[in-house]
Write a protein that binds this ligand. Structure first.
Ligand SMILES: Cc1cc2nc3c(=O)[nH]c(=O)nc-3n(C[C@H](O)[C@H](O)[C@H](O)COP(=O)(O)O)c2cc1C
Length: 324
C-alpha cells in the first residue's frame, strides 16, 4: 500500500508503532520495521543520551529498515537533557522522530537540518494545526480512546479524524483504538494516511515485556481502562488494577485540592516493575480501550501481514462488492 506516510518514512506499510515507556526497546522497534512498518524506540526509557545511542546501535544490528525514536516532552520533575538526546538521534542516523507532549518547536531546527522527519502526536485539531504551522512533517492524531495521555478534550476518533482531515494539509495517521484491518481501512476512509498502534503492539511475541503484561491485555475488555489524573490536567488512560483503584479513591477524597504528591508513588517510576518484572498491581500503567479487540499474541510480522491482507479483502471484496 502506498500513502503519503509510506512515502514520507520510506516504509512498506502505513503502520507505525508509537513510542511506549519501557516497551519501545530495540527488539520491538526492529521487529515492527522488519515487518514493513515503522518501529520506534522510546527515547526517555533510556536513562541517558549515551544509553539511547547504544539502543539505536543495537536496533541497527537487528534491522536494516528505517526506524524512529520517540521524544516525549511531558511535565516531569527534572527535565531530561533533550539537546543531548537529540545529539544521539542525529549521530545515530535516525531519520524519523515521533515527538509528543509539549510543543517541540525549539528542537525542530536541529532535527530538520539533519534531515529528520518529525511526526508530532496531538490529541486535538488545534494542536495538529500548530504542529503543521511550526514545520512538523506529519501528525499522529490521538483520539480519546488511546492508551496513555488523551488530553482534556475527550474527542473520539470517529469525530477527530475527519475533523483533522478537513483542516490539515500535512499527512496524518490515526492513533488510539487501532488494532486490525478494520481500523486501518476506517482510518484511511476518514482521511488518514495510515495508523499508529500502541497497546496492540505490546501483545506481540517480540515486545520485550513480561508475559503477565501481554496476558493482562488479552484478558482485558474495552470496559477495563480508567482515566486518572484528570484533576491535575494530566489525564492518563490506564488499565484498571488495585493501584488505579487507590488513585481513584484518593482523587475522590481530595477533589480539587489534589496534588501530584498525593498519588506519586502509585503513578511514577512504576514502569520497570510492571513491564520488566510483571508486577501487575505495582502502579498505574497506560493501556488503551483497544484491549477489548486484542485476543492473541502474534509476532509483529504475523500481525502486520494479517492487517494488510485483511485490509485488501475489505476494500476489494466487502466495499467494492457493495458498490456493485
Ligand atoms: C504502555 C504505554 C506506554 C506509553 N508511553 C508513551 C510514551 O512514553 N510517549 C508517548 O509519546 N506515548 C506513549 N504511549 C502512547 C502510544 O505511543 C500511543 O500513542 C497510544 O498507545 C495509542 O493508543 P492505543 O494504545 O489505543 O493504540 C504509551 C502507550 C502505552 C500503552
Amino acid at each position: 500500500m502506498k500513502t503519503r506516510i509510506t512515502e514520507l518514512f520510506g516504509i512498506e506499510h502505513p503502520i507505525i508503532q508509537g513510542g511506549m515507556h519501557f516497551v519501545g526497546f530495540a527488539e520491538l522497534a526492529a521487529a515492527v520495521s522488519n515487518a514493513g512498518g515503522l518501529g520506534i524506540i522510546t527515547g526517555l526509557t533510556q536513562q541517558t543520551p549515551d544509553n539511547l545511542a547504544k539502543e539505536i546501535a543495537r536496533c541497527r544490528e537487528m534491522t536494516d529498515k528505517p526506524f524512529g525514536v520517540n521524544l516525549t516532552f511531558l511535565p516531569s520533575f527534572a527535565a531530561p537533557p533533550y539537546p543531548e538526546y537529540i545529539d544521539a538521534i542525529i549521530d545515530g542516523g535516525i531519520k524519523a522522530v515521533e515527538t509528543a507532549g509539549r510543543n517541540p518547536q525549539e528542537h525542530l531546527p536541529r532535527l530538520k537540518e539533519a534531515g529528520v522527519k518529525i511526526i508530532h502526536k496531538c490529541t486535538s485539531v488545534r494542536h495538529s494545526l500548530k504542529a503543521q504551522a511550526i514545520g512538523c512533517d506529519a501528525v499522529s492524531v490521538d483520539g480519546f480512546e488511546c492508551g496513555g495521555h488523551p488530553g482534556e478534550d475527550d474527542i473520539p476518533n470517529m469525530i477527530l479524524l475527519p475533523r483533522a482531515a478537513d483542516e490539515l494539509e500535512i499527512p496524518f495517521v490515526a492513533s488510539g483504538g487501532m488494532a486490525d484491518a478494520r481500523s486501518l481501512v476506517a482510518s484511511l476512509a476518514m482521511g488518514a494516511d495510515g495508523m499508529n498502534m500502541g497497546t496492540r503492539f505490546i501483545a506481540t511475541k517480540e515486545a520485550p515485556v513480561h508475559d503477565n503484561v501481554k496476558r493482562a491485555i488479552v484478558a482485558a475488555s474495552e470496559l477495563d481502562t480508567r482515566l486518572i489524573m484528570r484533576g491535575l490536567r494530566n489525564t492518563e488512560r490506564v488499565l484498571n488494577n488495585s493501584a488505579v483503584e487507590r488513585v481513584g479513591d484518593i482523587e475522590r477524597a481530595k477533589g480539587a485540592d489534589i496534588q501530584i504528591e498525593d498519588i506519586v508513588d502509585l503513578v511514577a517510576g512504576v514502569y520497570p516493575k510492571v513491564m520488566l518484572e510483571g508486577e501487575m498491581d505495582a502502579g498505574a500503567w497506560s493501556c488503551g480501550m483497544v484491549a477489548g479487540l486484542i485476543d492473541d499474541i502474534p509476532t509483529c510480522k504475523e500481525l502486520i501481514d494479517r492487517i494488510m491482507g485483511e485490509a485488501d479483502a475489505i476494500v476489494r471484496r466487502r466495499l467494492e462488492g457493495m458498490l456493485a
